[in-house]
Design a protein around this ligand. Structure first.
Ligand code: SF4
Length: 112
């Protein structure tokens, strides 16, 4: 897999730091988690022109990018502060699940 450019990595790193502060979330305490996700987002900027979430499988990345629902910060993050990539987490490093609706599939995954 090609390494994304330093410019796009820096662009996404700046974005996630600012977005975490703005949204009242934290970056993962394990810096390697953040680095891997930031790199994936930067790679998607180069592939499809947008920072598409790197933690999903898309049959058609270009089509998905046009829908915008998984452009970081995605719809779930905007609505529920929930980031399944663990890019944005609680202060204790755990996933922010507090605002997920009762019927959200991730409530079962986390045994909530
Ligand atoms: Fe960004 Fe959403 Fe993916 Fe988290 S789950 S990295 S907020 S697109």
């Amino acid at each position: 897999m090609d390494q994304p450019s330093e410019k796009n990595i820096m662009k996404m790193r700046n974005f996630v730091e600012k977005f975490a502060a703005k949204s009242g979330t934290y970056l993962h305490p394990d810096r390697t988690v953040t680095d891997v996700v930031v790199e994936g987002l930067a790679r998607h900027i180069e592939e499809v022109g947008k920072p598409l979430c790197p933690c999903n499988f898309y049959p058609d990345k270009q089509a998905e990018a046009k829908l915008r629902r998984w452009i970081c910060a995605c719809d779930e993050m905007q609505a529920y502060k929930y980031c399944h990539c663990l890019l944005f987490v609680r202060e204790d490093g755990l996933s922010m699940t507090e605002y997920l609706p009762d019927d959200h599939e991730c409530r079962q995954i986390y045994g909530l």
